[in-house]
Structures are given as structure tokens and as C-alpha cells.
Design a protein around this ligand. Structure first.
Ligand code: GDP
Ligand code: IMO
Ligand code: MG
Length: 428
């Protein structure tokens, strides 16, 4: 059972990093296949807390080879910043491999991300401002810069010229910013080339060989289903394929290599940035969830929007990803509530929708139809078997499992590495 995909079910920050780390000891490779340093994964190991953005969470496990696949957009300054910070904490990062086909986020992508958001005003997406959208736009527009271009100065210069041609008109004439010179970009990018020689390679070949040999490969998705460019709440999404299919295209392996699709889902819901969110709370219960769950962005520090669990979203994610197992995280955060509401369907202008509406306008108008479950007061953070949980917590989990139509294989009861209940092994 070697190919395992980890995807976010909701709007990100479900605890994907922790789930990947959990598998670390029995994993040979961890591959990031989409997104870039818009991601923020917090992993807690003993007393140490690590915040990873661009690097796959597997970098923290000594036996794992971490890979940045072709579907990722790489900010080189961030890459080396993260590597150096981990080295300073005694983590060996020398095993890292990066696809020669991965695209690069440059200074002009970061600038364009910020000025475009400002220009949108009320219609802003609320991006992380890391240049993600503009870098993917260049990729699709066929004016992107790839890792391999760093090793051919002539080609690099031509490509940067091509990319800046129209952008400088835009920056100067529309956004009132200074023009960016080809020289400054080329010089900056070339400065990283020597250090990248031994890291950049054909990762598709490496991974296919590893899978042929029976190695365990975890494909770690960034962002989540509802932020996916095709299946999310467009245009309030990120610019990459965050769903399971993205693992195949973003890593250069066939879809038939993906044996297990693990959806990570929080016991409630959060979202950062703009866009529809039917179960969102604006009252003191929302404040309570935010502070108890410490729901502040790992990447931007923004307070996350919070709301109750949304069952139609999990069903939707199960469909578009082909989820085989769910990891339910942060169940411990709900401890202390007298009753726990769960969204079972939506009311859209008086009409009941049992599934996520296909029309975005309907989703914007959706209000949750809630079912209430009994809460529990006991601390559950030391529970290690399902039977250790109070009956109310067991009932809550079983109800979510039934509503989603997929088994809940792992339950998170704390941030620590071992604070989990494993009901079904994810690698077998
Ligand atoms: P990711 O982006 O999906 O990797 O998630 P983030 O790291 O952005 O956010 C998840 C947060 O929840 C992190 O701070 C984790 O340490 C924490 N976390 C993960 N699982 C659990 C859990 O079961 N209980 C608690 N209390 N915290 C958890
Ligand atoms: P992880 O991997 C939560 C959101 C941004 C914004 C939208 C587009 O930690 O779950 P972008 O910078 O990607 O163009 O922003 O997507 N977003 C995330 N929200 N978790 C993430 O990653 C996110 N990555 C992007 O807030 O709404
Ligand atoms: Mg995160």
C-alpha cells in the first residue's frame, strides 16, 4: 500500500502537517505536490514546535526523503531561509530534492499579488500575499520560470525578459509602481543556482522508481478541497490543484499509484481570507472556538474565521478526492460545550439543499440547517483508544462518520505527535 495522499477537506489548516508527521516513521518519501509558501503547517514534536511553509513536513523525520514536486511554486529566498532555520535547530535537510520542472516565485510575482489585492478593494480574495496566484498565472500563460532555467543563464535572461515585458507596463501604468529590471531579477535568481545544483533533479523518475521498489510515499497536499482552483469556492480559492488528482499531476506519477486518499478534517470549520462560509460564527461562541483552538494563521497570523462542522462539505470532499479514510482533528477543542451543532444541510432562500450547491451564488446565500449533539466535559487529551472517549464524544464521531460516508480512521485529541486515537492503520 505504498502511495498515500493527504488532502485537506475544508478551507485549510485542518492539521495536515501533523498527519504527515504521524506517518513519518513508516514513510520513505514525503512529496509536496501543490502550492508554495502560502501553506503553514505546525508540527509539535516533544517540546519543539516547527512552522513549515514551503518544505514538506517529512523534512522533520530523519528517515524520510522530502521532495518538492513539479506542481509546487518555489520562492527561493523562503526555501533557503527555511532550510537554514531548520539546520540551526539541528535538523538535517540534506536529503531534499526539488523537481527541475517546479516554477519559481520571483519578486514581481510577490509585488503583483499585493497590488492586485489592493486594486480589488472590497472584492479582494484575501491572499497570503506570497505571489502564489501570479506565479501560477505565468505558468499557465507559458511565461513562467522553472528551476531548470537557473542553470542556463541565456535562457533565464530571455525568459525573464519575456515575463517582464507586459508586467512592467502594468506595474508602472496601472499600479503606479516602479519598473522591475531584468538584471535585478536574473542576478537574484542566479545567486541561488550553485546551491541548487545537487538538489534539483527529475523527481518524477525518482518517485516512480521508489514506488516500483515498494517504498511508502506520502503526497502531502497544501491548502484544501474548498480552496482548490477547480473544486473550491472560486474565485475565493488558491491557484493550484489541492485535491487528490493534483498529487498525480503535481508529482509526475500515474493516478493508479495512489492507493489511499486520506482527508484531514477538523471537528469544526475554519477559513482564512474571503469567500462563502455557511456555518461561520460571529458571536461569542465563535470567539470561544477561535481562542480555544488557537485559530490564528501560521503563515500570516490573521485570525481565522470559525464555524461548526459542515457535513455536506465532507461529503463533497469525499467525492471529488475519492477519500478512503478521514483523520478527524482537534476533537479536544470541543470539550466543555453543552451541545455541539453540526450542519447537516443548507437552506438557500427557503429551499433545502442536502449537498453543496453547484452554483456559487446559492452557496453564498446558504445558511446551515443544524442538528445538535450532546457535549462532554471530561478532558480527552489523554485518550488513546476510542473507548477512552466519553460516550458523547464517541457518538459525535460516529455521527460525523455516518454523515460523511467514509470511515474516520484517526482522531486527533491534542497537538502533540502522540495525541491521537488510531482506529484503522493508514499504512497497511
Ligand atoms: P495544516 O496547515 O493543515 O498543516 O494545519 P495547521 O498547522 O495550519 O493548523 C493546525 C493546528 O492544529 C496546528 O497548530 C497543529 O499543531 C494543531 N493540531 C493538529 N491536530 C490537533 C489536534 O488533534 N488537537 C489540537 N488541539 N491541535 C491540533
Ligand atoms: P495550509 O496548507 C488556509 C487561502 C488564503 C486566501 C486564498 C488564496 O496551511 O492549509 P493564496 O495566497 O494561496 O493565493 O490565497 O487561499 N490560503 C490558505 N488558507 N490554509 C492554507 O494553507 C492556505 N493557503 C492559502 O487565505 O483566502
Ligand atoms: Mg496551515
Amino acid at each position: 500500500m505504498p502511495g498515500i495522499v493527504i488532502v485537506g477537506v475544508q478551507w485549510g489548516d485542518e492539521g495536515k502537517g501533523k498527519a504527515t508527521d504521524l506517518l513519518g516513521e513508516r514513510t520513505d518519501w514525503v512529496v509536496k505536490f501543490n502550492g508554495g509558501n502560502n501553506a503553514g503547517h505546525t508540527v509539535v514534536i516533544g517540546d519543539e514546535k516547527y512552522a513549515l511553509h514551503l518544505l514538506p513536513s517529512g523534512i522533520l523525520s530523519p528517515g524520510v526523503i522530502p521532495v518538492i514536486g513539479n506542481g509546487v511554486v518555489v520562492d527561493l529566498e523562503v526555501l533557503f531561509g527555511e532550510l537554514e532555520a531548520l539546520n540551526a535547530r539541528g535538523i538535517d535537510t540534506s536529503r531534499l530534492k526539488i523537481s527541475a520542472n517546479a516554477h519559481i516565485i520571483t519578486q514581481y510575482h510577490r509585488t503583483l499579488d499585493k497590488v492586485t489585492e489592493r486594486f480589488l478593494g472590497k472584492r479582494m480574495i484575501g491572499t497570503t500575499g506570497r505571489g502564489i496566484g501570479p506565479a501560477y498565472a505565468d505558468k499557465i500563460n507559458r511565461v513562467g520560470i522553472r528551476m531548470q532555467d537557473l542553470f542556463d543563464e541565456n535562457i533565464l535572461r530571455q525568459k525573464v525578459e519575456g515575463a517582464l515585458d507586459q508586467k512592467n507596463h502594468l506595474l508602472v501604468k496601472v499600479f503606479n509602481r516602479r519598473a522591475i529590471t531584468v538584471d535585478e531579477v536574473v542576478e537574484d535568481l542566479l545567486s541561488y543556482a550553485p546551491r541548487l545544483r545537487s538538489i534539483v533533479c527529475d523527481t518524477s523518475l525518482l518517485l516512480n522508481t521508489a514506488l516500483d521498489d515498494g517504498d511508502v510515499v506520502v503526497f502531502e497536499g497544501g491548502q484544501a478541497t474548498m480552496l482548490d482552483i477547480d473544486h473550491g469556492t472560486y474565485p475565493f480559492v488558491t491557484s493550484s490543484s489541492a485535491t487528490a488528482g493534483g498529487a498525480a499531476t503535481g508529482a509526475g506519477i500515474g493516478p493508479n499509484r495512489l492507493d489511499r486518499i486520506v482527508g484531514i478534517v477538523k471537528a469544526y470549520t475554519t477559513r482564512v481570507g474571503s469567500g462563502p462560509f455557511p456555518t461561520e460564527l460571529f458571536d461569542e461562541q465563535g470567539e470561544w472556538l477561535r481562542s480555544r483552538g488557537f485559530e490564528f494563521g501560521t503563515t500570516t497570523g490573521r485570525p481565522r474565521r470559525v464555524g461548526w462542522y459542515d457535513a455536506p462539505i465532507t461529503r463533497y470532499a469525499t467525492r471529488v478526492n475519492g477519500i478512503t479514510d478521514l483523520v478527524l482533528t482537534k476533537l479536544d477543542i470541543l470539550t466543555g460545550l453543552a451541545e455541539i451543532p453540526v450542519c447537516v444541510a443548507y437552506d438557500v432562500d427557503g429551499e433545502r439543499f442536502d449537498e453543496v450547491p453547484v452554483n456559487q451564488s446559492d452557496f453564498h446565500h446558504a445558511t446551515p440547517i443544524l442538528q445538535y449533539f450532546s457535549g462532554w466535559k471530561q478532558d480527552i487529551s489523554r485518550a488513546r483508544t476510542f473507548e477512552d472517549l466519553p460516550l458523547e464524544a464517541q457518538d459525535y464521531v460516529l455521527a460525523l462518520e455516518e454523515m460523511s460516508g467514509t470511515r474516520i480512521s484517526v482522531i486527533g485529541v491534542g497537538a502533540a505527535r502522540d495525541a491521537v486515537i488510531v482506529r484503522h492503520d493508514l499504512i497497511d
